[in-house]
Design a protein around this ligand. Structure first.
Ligand code: GLN
Length: 382
């Protein structure tokens, strides 16, 4: 049996492969961004009620009314983008599902999309499956600064969109106002769509502020804002995400979402809507504080271990330079760490085309404190 052309050359993500390797040796999994913090009780209770009430049938393909209402409220209060819950929100199977539906709904085979490197492999592969050509703009550590010349150099007459993941996986880069303005100007000048992935929007460090590209002048009409509930409520396995865009763009995304998935799981949608309605801003502030403490602990331990981290400004991953371990490739370094001290990471090569990734691994520090402390002790023994 021959597989379809559209998946030729695609291999299983190293993120998932390392989870299997980690299970094999019974290690601590700092590879996949699993996020095993406790789910807020409001969300759990809301969902238990929804299951008991047997809210079990299909929802509208764009999602249940109470969740879209909550998301629209959140988009205005947190992101600064007033949103119509009926025409501008599509609830999806995770942010990954939102991105897949967006690509299928709005891009044609042969189109090009600008992707920053280091990239998140699921973005890359979803574009490839859609027949879209990714064009990379490489950013350099530690600041991952964007230059307009680099954007202009990536442009061709086939460029249709740019992807902005802020805070970024795996770099932890947070796009500030100046860089977003530059991107906004670039999109308008060349009539491009902007597809954002803002799933880590509540996880920023120090006093940094999350800015949604859709709120910049002239960007509302051309931006698809993607996010999800996984990371904010530690429900990565529930697979709830969403896309927000003007009706002309949200409509086609909803159409594809219906075709591929029909709708996201309804009791979970109701549960999250109830949870969100019962929580106040204190939850989100405390989430930041919790991750800030984990970042200090874990990046501090990496420094002590001589695995120099590029401190992230947001999200809960860190790229660390593992040259000290004297391995030839990032894959070897990652396996060496797993086999010698039982801590899983993801080889940096999963996020780079260039060799820069070969001296790095990505750790995820979204772990219970006691587990993270144990991982720190183990890494120091390397
Ligand atoms: N987003 C998470 C990561 O980067 C998980 C992705 C996945 O498991 N496919 O690790």
């Amino acid at each position: 049996m021959k597989k379809a052309h559209r998946i030729e050359g695609l291999v299983q993500s190293d993120i998932r492969r390392m989870t299997r390797e980690c299970m094999r040796v019974g290690g601590i999994n700092l590879g996949q961004g699993i996020c095993d913090l406790p789910t807020p009780p409001e969300v759990l209770e809301g969902t238990q009620e929804a299951v008991r009430e047997d809210l079990s049938i299909y929802s509208k393909f764009e999602g249940v009314d109470p969740l879209r209402a909550q998301l629209a409220r959140k988009m205005e209060a947190h992101n600064g983008r007033p949103t119509d819950p009926d025409t501008e929100v599509v609830v999806t199977i995770g942010a990954t599902g939102a991105f897949a539906a967006t690509c299928q709904a709005l891009l044609n085979p042969g189109d090009e999309v600008i992707l920053f490197e280091p990239f998140y492999g699921y973005h890359l592969n979803t574009l490839l499956v859609a027949g879209v050509k990714p064009v990379f703009v490489t950013l350099e550590p530690p600041n991952w600064t964007i230059a307009l010349e680099a954007l202009e150099a990536a442009l061709t007459d086939k460029t249709r969109a740019i992807l902005v993941n802020t805070p970024s996986n795996p770099s932890g880069k947070v796009f500030g106002e100046a860089e977003l303005s530059l991107i906004a100007g670039f999109c308008q000048k060349h009539d491009l769509l902007a597809i954002t992935d803002e799933i880590y929007e509540y996880i920023l460090y120090d006093d940094l502020k999350h800015i949604s590209l859709a709120t910049l002048p002239g960007m509302r009409e051309r931006t698809i804002t993607i996010s999800g509930l996984s990371k904010t409520f530690s429900i990565t396995g529930w697979r709830l995400g969403y896309a927000v865009a003007v009706p002309e763009l949200a409509g086609p995304i909803g159409l594809v979402n219906d075709l591929f998935y029909v709708c996201a799981p309804t009791p979970l949608q109701h549960g999250v809507a109830r949870g969100m309605a019962r929580m106040d801003d204190g939850y989100y502030t405390s989430l930041r504080g919790i991750y800030q403490a984990k970042r200090e602990l874990f990046c501090g331990a990496l420094e002590e271990a001589g695995l120099t981290p590029v401190w992230p400004d947001g999200a809960y991953y860190v790229l660390a330079d593992v040259s000290r371990l004297g391995q030839n490739t990032a894959h070897d370094a990652s396996m060496h760490i797993l086999e010698s001290v039982g801590v899983a990471s993801v080889p940096g090569s999963a996020f780079f085309r260039s060799d820069v990734g070969q001296k790095m691994v990505r750790f995820c520090f979204a772990k219970e404190l006691s587990v993270l402390e144990e991982a720190c002790e183990r890494l120091k023994r390397l």
